[in-house]
Design a protein around this ligand. Sequence first.
Ligand SMILES: Cc1cc2nc3c(=O)[nH]c(=O)nc-3n(C[C@H](O)[C@H](O)[C@H](O)COP(=O)(O)OP(=O)(O)OC[C@H]3O[C@@H](n4cnc5c(N)ncnc54)[C@H](O)[C@@H]3O)c2cc1C
Length: 294
Amino acid sequence: MSLATFENYFLPGNGREVVALLQEYGERALILAGGSFVHGLAARDLLSGVDVFIDIQKLGLANIVTDPDGLQVGAMTRFTDFEKVPEIQNDPGWGAVKDALSYPPAQIMNAATVGGSIAAVCPYFDLPTALLAVGGKVKVESNTGSREINLKDFSTSLFESSLGVDEFVTGLVLPQPVSGSVSAFIKLATNANDLAIVNVAVQINLDRSGVCRSASVALGGGVNEITLRSAAAEKLLEGQKLTDELMKAAGTAVQVDISPMADHRASAEYRSAMASVLTERALQRAIARLTRSS
Ligand SMILES: Cc1cc2nc3c(=O)[nH]c(=O)nc-3n(C[C@H](O)[C@H](O)[C@H](O)COP(=O)(O)OP(=O)(O)OC[C@H]3O[C@@H](n4cnc5c(N)ncnc54)[C@H](O)[C@@H]3O)c2cc1C
C-alpha cells in the first residue's frame, strides 16, 4: 500500500479539529507527523484498517521554549532543530539526549519529529530511551483538555501507549536537570542506519564526596516490549560511590528488570548480555563527562 492511495487526508488547523477527527474516525485514523515511521508501515502493508490521515503540520507545534524549569518542546519539532538547542548541546545533564540525536541518518534528522518518536511507542528507537532517563513528560490534548503523562507511564505494551482514542501528543516537557547532573546514551546496532539491538541511557547526580544522590537507568532496543527504567540498577547505585565494580554490578542488576526479545537483529541471549555491557559503559561515559565538566 502506498500513502498516495489514501483518499481521506485532513490538514486541521488546530487541536480541536484533530480531536474531533480522532473521535469521528477512531481506529481508522492515523496521525501523520514526519511520516518516517508511517511510510515504513505502509510499505510493509501494516496499515490495514487505516484509511484516514490527520496531518498535524499546521498546528504550530514546532516551537521550543526554554525557561528555568526546563525545556518545552513542541511535538512537531524535527530532530535536527531539537539537536541545535544550546541547552541540549551544552548541559551535561541532557548529554544522553545529545548522544541519542547523534545517531540517526541526515534524512531522519530532517524528517522525524519528537512527538512521532514518542507516539510510535517503538522499543527500538533511541530518542525515547534518552528522554526516559532524563525524566521527560509527554503533553497530550483531548476533548477534556490537556494533561501530562510521565514517559515512564506512556508505553503500555509493544507499540501501545496510554493515549486515549481522542488524544494526541502536543509536546514534551524536559525538567531542568538538578545542578551537577550528567547523563549519557549508548547504542549497539548492526550498521549506522539500523535500529538498535540494545540502547541504554543513564542520568546520575553525585554529591561533592562522589556519592550518588540519584540515578536513572533506561534501556531500550528490544530488551523488553517497551523501553523501561531498571529499578534494580538504580537502587544499587543510589547512596553509593560509583566505583568500577559498582558500575559493573549495576550492569548485572538490569537483568532483573529486562525480558529481551529475539528477532532478525539479535537473539534474546545476546540482547541480555549486551544490556549489561552497555549499562556499565553508559555509566562510565557519564562519569567521564562529570570529570570534564567539573
Ligand atoms: C532509516 C531510519 C533510521 C532511523 N534511525 C533512527 C535512529 O538512529 N534513532 C532513533 O531514535 N530513531 C531512528 N529512526 C526512527 C525515527 O526516529 C522515527 O521513525 C521517527 O521518530 C518517527 O517520527 P515521525 O515524525 O516521522 O512520525 P510518523 O511516522 O509521522 O508517526 C509515527 C507514529 O506516531 C504517531 N504520531 C506521530 N505524531 C503524533 C502525535 N503528535 N500524537 C499522536 N500520535 C502521533 C503516528 O500516527 C504513527 O503511528 C529511524 C527510522 C528510519 C526509517
